[in-house]
Design a protein. Sequence first.
Lengths: 205, 225
Amino acid sequence: VTPTCDSVRALLADFVGGDLVPAAAEGVRRHLRGCAACRNEAVGWQQARKALRGFGAAVPRAADEAMFVDLHASIVAAVASEPRPSSVRVRRFPARLASVAAALVCFLVGWWSVAAREPLSLLQRDAVGAGPAVAASAASTATGGVSVVPWAGGRVALRPLAFHDQEPAGGGMMERLRLRTLEQVELPLGAVAEPRQQPPSRLPR
Amino acid sequence: MAQFAAHLKRSLADPAGSGSELSLPAGLPAVVQRLASDGAVGDAELVREALAGGQDHFAALVARYQKRAFWVAYHVVGRVEDARDVTQDAFVRLFRSLASYDFARSFYTWFYRIVMNLAIDHLRKIRSRRAGSLEDVLGGLPDEREAPGSLPLELDEQHGQVWRVLEKLDAKFRAVLVLRDIHGLSCREIAPMLRITHATARWRLHRGRQVFRDAWERLTGRAEP
């Protein structure tokens, strides 16, 4: 098998089917005259095509003239029961426009629901509990009250053990007691303040 | 008009290429017979008159195209009853959508597209039904329905072998192969019917022929081991 044979064999299907331009068909014909292997290959293509066309020419017994007469009558009868087609050409534009609009709305709703859920970066998030809660936490932070971790949610409001703008807490027992009672101090936590824990009913004295 | 006349002549010829003439159905009313066989009356004119309420004109369209539609459908679905149903369905759909016919385009391309789409849909339904019947068999129940690969009763053994091969072809290859190699349409005509490009039609034809030939040679024992 030479490269010429390969290129000819690639054309055999079209050659046998009559789909080659005359110049190419003549080239294939010339090659087949001198190449028995390719000729044998072409015979295979011809036999397959002949079988296919034979199948096409076969008329099944059930498809006789009476069937076609009956088919024509049944088609005409079926169509007679249909409403008359409108001669006004149906405009498809509104339907297409509506489908595009629906797709756009779906896209926007989907995008909004995803985009509005949470910012990408923790640092870009707002403080938990917008509005009064933010103001409250900011005010309390400014006064050294409570700092709210912005991204952690309202239930994780941190309470410092000591205020930095006050004197450092001492190590004495009274000082620790003072720190533990800090929770009783009125802190402007607003809406984000977690439920207060009741101080121990009996404090050690 | 010359193109239409040529097509009409071809459409009245045997689709299988045997050269015999396919007559119009017998027993047609005289006016329908005259309209259907008159090459001077184009398809577009018949459509226009049918839209205006001319039932005879639509009947003439049916007479003109029903055999062609039937044979295309038959060579795709492989059974007379199924092809008959597809043909009737195609004409009903044609009637319903007459108003959307673009008079600047070829009628038969448009109509054949309807026929081919319905035939391919029908084929897929048959295949999925067969898949269902296979599940029944696996479930241990005897299935009296048609098994995959069984022959249509109307075909003899020789054509049954071809049908077995065709049946295994993918619908998109089968459609092009039937239209080109059995019905003699060119790839330029086939492409708009199947809503594909000319290059795609040619590729599918080439590939379909290859697959058909390989399967045919395997079946008939000509294939090299």
